[in-house]
Write a protein that binds this ligand. Structure first.
Ligand SMILES: Cc1cc2nc3c(=O)[nH]c(=O)nc-3n(C[C@H](O)[C@H](O)[C@H](O)COP(=O)(O)OP(=O)(O)OC[C@H]3O[C@@H](n4cnc5c(N)ncnc54)[C@H](O)[C@@H]3O)c2cc1C
Length: 381
């Protein structure tokens, strides 16, 4: 057997594409276009205590601080227009390179304060251009999460899109007179690569490995495996795919009160441009408007107070109103507007029962499998 766990861009999976079938992009598309988020990853050290960082993160959909005791990545969801600015420049050849955008590389801060890719020698262009709109917005994020300029130590980007996979277990090579057959199993990100905004990629990957181990453990009897031995594992994998990708999709799109689904990155784009409002989203009713600092601050404060009340029983040390306002005061009106529009995390829809692979491998199910075996000895030949 072959465990295929070489990550989201698995080349082994592509090699055996004919066995695992075509991935379906359509479910994770809008108007027929496969939806992809690009996230700028800013390696930072934030001065905020974790409860404040969590509150600020789940109250909007533009920035996500993924950190422990302040150290980690501040992720910034980019609009399509901003993506065009994510570019590296080769200072010697004076040509633009897409290494930060396409591969993507990690650009560490060098001794001159520039962000440089150690592989390609390129510099992160937005940080070099005085008045770069993208770099200004990066700094708004740093201010919100209380990161001083020198505590931004590297920049990278992540591309996040999702597909539906038809199967996860397959007979790769049939047995021959000279060799046993080979089964292959997609595990971890090679099986289910999910948008990291709501997390769970690692959990899902570990669950897939545990499920396969249990299937192998219960099925192995010294004789060749057969398709039915992986019935439970395949079911567990489908369950993981359904649960985690449904949740992650809700972190990519939002549906307004007219039932129209929007990419969150496009809503952020509208918020930045201050152009026509969007019917039904957070009370914005289709008219162009200048940002109203007071109103947007009040909206965000009310939103955070509601989330704080919900989280307080589970998380000690939640900030008071004044501490929240102190953070919001650091931002420009346009950023406040965009945070309002981007919406809070849809935790109500994302929550609910989690995948429990024990339902396939509990003692009862092992006993049931043994009983079926006893009833069907002829099929074991
Ligand atoms: C920015 C970011 C934030 C995330 N945050 C969270 C989070 O908060 N919670 C969470 O649960 N998950 C999170 N995830 C997702 C999590 O990191 C992944 O789901 C997890 O790492 C998947 O593990 P994996 O072993 O399947 O794949 P990977 O971690 O990608 O490991 C695959 C390995 O295979 C190796 N490899 C590839 N090709 C070959 C080859 N030909 N030969 C040998 N080795 C090879 C690679 O070098 C790599 O080491 C995040 C992901 C990202 C990008």
């Amino acid at each position: 057997m072959l465990a295929i766990c070489d990550g989201g861009r698995s080349r082994t999976r592509e090699h055996f594409a004919a066995r695992f079938g075509k991935a379906d992009e359509s479910i994770y598309s809008l108007d027929g276009v496969h939806l992809r988020d690009v996230v700028l990853g800013l390696r930072v050290k934030s001065e905020l205590p974790d409860p404040m960082a969590i509150l600020l993160t789940v109250a909007q959909n533009r920035f996500l601080l993924d950190s422990l005791r302040g150290e980690g990545f501040l992720n910034m969801r980019l609009t399509d227009a901003e993506l065009g600015e994510v570019i590296g420049i080769d200072p010697v050849r004076r040509v633009f390179e897409e290494c930060i955008a396409s591969r993507p590389c990690l650009m560490n801060r060098d001794e001159h304060g520039d962000f440089q890719c150690s592989t390609h020698g390129t510099l992160f262009l937005p940080a070099l251009i005085k008045g770069s709109p993208l770099w200004k917005r990066v700094h708004e994020g740093l201010r919100l999460f209380d990161v001083s300029d020198q505590d931004l130590s590297a920049v990278t980007s992540f591309r996040l899109d999702m597909v539906q996979r038809p199967r996860f277990s397959a007979e790769l090579l049939p047995p021959t007179v000279n060799s046993p057959g080979t089964y292959g199993f997609l595990l971890g990100d090679a099986a289910n690569s999910i948008h990291f905004w709501p997390g769970r990629g690692l959990n899902s990957g570990l669950a897939s490995a545990i499920s396969l181990a249990r299937s192998l453990n219960s099925a192995w009897n010294g004789r060749p495996f057969r398709d039915a031995d992986f019935l439970r594992h395949e079911a567990a994998m489908s369950m993981l795919q359904y649960r985690h990708k449904s949740r992650a999709w809700k972190a990519m799109v939002t549906t307004d009160d007219q039932g129209v689904t929007w990419a969150i990155k496009d809503i952020i784009d509208h918020g930045i441009d201050g152009i026509d409002g969007i019917d039904g989203i957070d009370g914005i009713d289709g008219i162009a408007e200048e940002p109203d600092r007071e109103a947007d601050t009040a909206t965000l404060l009310a939103r955070m107070a509601a989330i704080r009340d919900r989280l307080a029983p589970r998380l000690a040390g939640m900030p008071d109103d004044e501490a929240i306002l102190e953070r919001l005061r650091t931002l420009e009106p346009r950023t406040l507007r965009m945070l309002v529009l981007s919406g809070a995390w849809d935790t109500l829809t994302m929550g609910g029962e989690e995948v429990d692979i024990d339902i396939f491998y509990g003692q009862d199910s092992t006993a049931a499998a043994a009983a079926v075996e006893a009833l069907e000895p002829a099929t074991r030949q």
